[in-house]
Design a protein around this ligand. Structure first.
Ligand code: UN1
Length: 513
C-alpha cells in the first residue's frame, strides 16, 4: 500500500492500544478486560485496538458530562457557535488524514472518505449560523397587558449511537447541532470503527482545551451493545440519537420510550429510483450506479431498487450491465477503483445469503455476484456488485441488505410505479428520473413518494446537510442535520408574563377572593 497509514495514525493521535473512554483531553486509563480490535477491510490487517468501557467507566463519563452541562448551558449560543466554527477549521486541517482513515478503517472509497469529512465541515458551518438563529415565536395574549412567547433551552446530555457506514459524519451532524443548542454529548461509535471515533475525539478535544473549556462537553465511550444499553436505559440522558438497523432502532425506541425519554432514529432504507419513459437515460445511469455501488451499497440511502418503465426497460438494463462490466473493484485508497470492500466477512455472508434467497424466490441475475479472491482481495471482504430482475413483493426485496445488490422491477403506469416504490416497510429516500413536469410533481405530491427524502433527476444517496435528513415508517421518523432539525435537541418553554396590576384568568374564568 502506498498510503502511509502509520503516519496518519500518529497525526490523529491513535496508539496501538487505546483507552476505553474520553471526557475531552482526559482518556480513561483503567485497563479493562475486554478489547475491541479494529481490522481494516481493505487488507485484513489489525490497525489498532481499544479498550471497552465498563459500567463504572460509563458512569464516570456521565458524571463528568452532567457537571460540564451546568457551565456549557450558560455560555451564550453564538459563543458556542464560535467553538463549533473552530472545530470546523480543525476538520479542514485534518481532512486528508481523517478522510484517509475513514477509507482505511471502513472501506469506502477515498473520494467518499473525503466527502464524509466535507459533510462534517458543512454541518459545522451550518451550526455556526444556527447559533444565532435558535428562534422561538411570540404570540398575542388574550389577556390585557400580558406577553406570551416561547423559548428553546438545551436538553442536557445527548447520547449519540452511530453506525459503521458513516463513522464520523453522522456523529458530527448530531454534535454540531447539539453543541450550539447548549447540550453536552456522549458518543458511542460502532464497535467496527472505533479508531475514526478516537481521531475525532482528539480533534474536538483540542478545540475545547485551546479555549479553556472544562472537560466533559464532548465525550467518547467505546464499547458494544452493552454500553449502548446502558445509555438507552439511562434516565440521565434525555435524548438518544441512534443510527443503525431497524432491528436496533426498535430496541432503542422501546427502551427510551419506556422511560419517556426522547429518541431520534435514523434506521434502514429500501430506496428506489423510478426510471420513467421520459428520463434522460445517461443521467439516470450515473444516479443509479453511484446509488447502488457507492460505499459498496452500505449507505442507508443506497439505491436498492430500480423501478423502470417497460418501454425503456431493455435499453436501460443493457446500459446498466455494460456499466457494471466497467466497475473497478479493489483497494479504496487507490482512486482508480470505484468499489471497495464490505465492512467485514459477516457482511459478506449476509450478501451471499441475500443472493441465495433472491434466487430461491425466482430472481434472475443479469449481473452475477460473488466474492473476489486473490492477493488484491486478501481481507475476504470484496464482493461483486450484482443486479437481479425481481418482483417487488419478494421477501428479500422487502428487506434491506447492506451490500451492492440492485433489484430491477418493471412498470407500466406512474401510479403503479409510485405504489411499488411505497410498497416496502422502510421510507427513507426515493427518486424519479423524468423530464416530464407532471410526473415529477405527482411523485412529490401527497399521493406520491411516502419517503422522508424525494428527489427528481438525482439519485437516492448523497443528500446535502442543509435539508432535514431522515425517513418515515421503519426508518424511524427522526430528522437530523439541516432545516429545523435542531428543535429535537432542545426543549420548548412557553412563557406568559403579566405586566398589569391585576391577575385576570384565561378563558374569562372569575375567581374573586
Ligand atoms: C447514512 O447512510 O447513514 O445522503 C447517511 C447520504 C449521506 C448520508 C448518509 N449524505 O447518502
Amino acid at each position: 500500500m502506498s498510503t502511509d497509514i502509520q503516519s496518519i495514525l500518529n497525526k490523529l493521535g491513535i496508539n496501538a492500544s487505546n483507552a476505553a473512554y474520553s471526557t475531552g483531553s482526559n482518556w480513561g486509563v483503567e485497563l479493562n478486560a475486554n478489547t475491541l480490535e479494529s481490522f481494516s477491510p481493505v487488507d485484513g490487517k489489525l490497525i489498532a485496538s481499544a479498550k471497552v468501557a465498563s459500567a463504572a467507566d460509563y458512569d464516570a463519563v456521565v458524571h463528568k458530562a452532567q457537571e460540564a452541562f451546568t457551565a456549557w448551558r450558560t455560555v451564550p449560543a453564538p459563543k458556542r457557535g464560535e467553538i463549533v466554527r473552530q472545530f470546523g477549521d480543525a476538520l479542514r486541517e485534518n481532512k486528508d488524514a481523517l478522510g484517509t482513515l475513514v477509507s482505511y478503517e471502513m472501506g469506502k472509497s477515498l473520494q467518499e472518505g473525503f466527502g464524509e469529512v466535507q459533510e462534517m465541515i458543512d454541518i459545522c458551518d451550518f451550526a455556526v449560523g444556527l447559533s444565532r438563529q435558535l428562534y422561538g415565536l411570540t404570540m398575542h395574549s388574550e389577556r390585557p397587558s400580558h406577553r406570551m412567547y416561547e423559548q428553546w433551552h438545551p436538553l442536557g446530555i445527548v447520547g449519540i449511537i452511530s453506525a459503521f457506514n458513516f463513522p464520523v459524519a453522522v456523529w458530527s451532524w448530531n454534535t454540531a447541532l447539539a453543541l450550539v443548542c447548549g447540550n453536552v454529548c456522549i458518543w458511542k461509535p460502532s464497535e467496527k470503527t472505533p479508531l475514526t471515533a478516537i481521531a475525532c475525539q482528539h480533534i474536538i478535544a483540542k478545540v475545547f482545551k485551546d479555549n479553556d473549556i472544562a472537560e466533559g462537553v464532548c465525550n467518547l465511550v467505546l464499547g458494544d451493545r452493552e454500553v449502548g444499553e446502558l445509555m438507552t436505559n439511562d434516565g440521565r440522558i434525555p435524548l438518544i440519537s441512534a443510527t443503525g438497523s431497524t432491528r436496533m432502532g426498535k430496541a432503542v425506541g422501546a427502551a427510551v420510550g419506556a422511560r419517556l425519554g426522547k429518541s431520534l432514529l435514523e434506521l434502514g432504507g429500501n430506496n428506489a429510483i423510478i426510471i420513467s419513459e421520459h428520463a434522460d437515460l445517461d443521467m439516470s445511469l450515473i444516479g443509479a450506479v453511484f446509488g447502488a455501488v457507492g460505499t459498496a451499497g452500505q449507505r442507508c440511502t443506497s439505491t436498492r431498487r430500480l423501478i423502470i418503465h417497460e418501454s425503456v426497460y431493455d435499453a436501460f438494463t443493457a446500459k446498466l450491465v455494460k456499466a457494471y462490466g466497467q466497475l473497478r473493484i479493489g483497494d479504496p485508497l487507490d482512486q482508480n477503483n470505484h468499489v471497495g470492500p464490505l465492512i467485514d466477512t459477516d457482511a459478506v455472508a449476509a450478501y451471499l445469503d441475500s443472493i441465495a434467497k433472491c434466487k430461491e424466490e425466482g430472481g434472475n441475475f443479469v449481473v452475477e455476484g460473488g466474492v473476489l479472491s486473490g492477493d488484491a482481495y486478501i481481507s475476504g471482504c470484496y464482493v461483486k456488485p450484482c443486479i437481479a430482475e425481481v418482483q417487488n413483493d419478494f421477501k428479500i426485496v422487502q428487506h434491506e441488505t447492506f451490500a451492492p445488490i440492485l433489484y430491477l422491477i418493471k412498470y407500466k403506469t406512474l401510479d403503479e410505479a409510485i405504489a411499488l416504490q411505497n410498497a416496502v416497510p422502510q421510507g427513507l429516500s426515493s427518486a424519479i428520473m423524468t423530464l416530464n413536469l407532471r410526473e415529477a410533481e405527482q411523485f412529490l405530491s401527497a399521493k406520491g413518494s411516502d419517503c422522508g427524502i424525494a428527489n427528481v433527476n438525482i439519485g437516492t444517496s448523497g443528500a446535502e446537510i442543509g435539508g432535514a435528513f431522515g425517513g418515515e415508517k421503519e426508518t424511524g421518523g427522526g430528522r437530523e442535520s439541516g432545516s429545523d432539525a435542531w428543535r429535537a435537541y432542545m426543549r420548548r418553554q412557553t412563557n406568559t408574563i403579566n405586566y398589569s396590576n391585576t391577575l385576570p384568568l384565561a378563558q374569562g374564568i372569575k375567581f374573586d377572593l
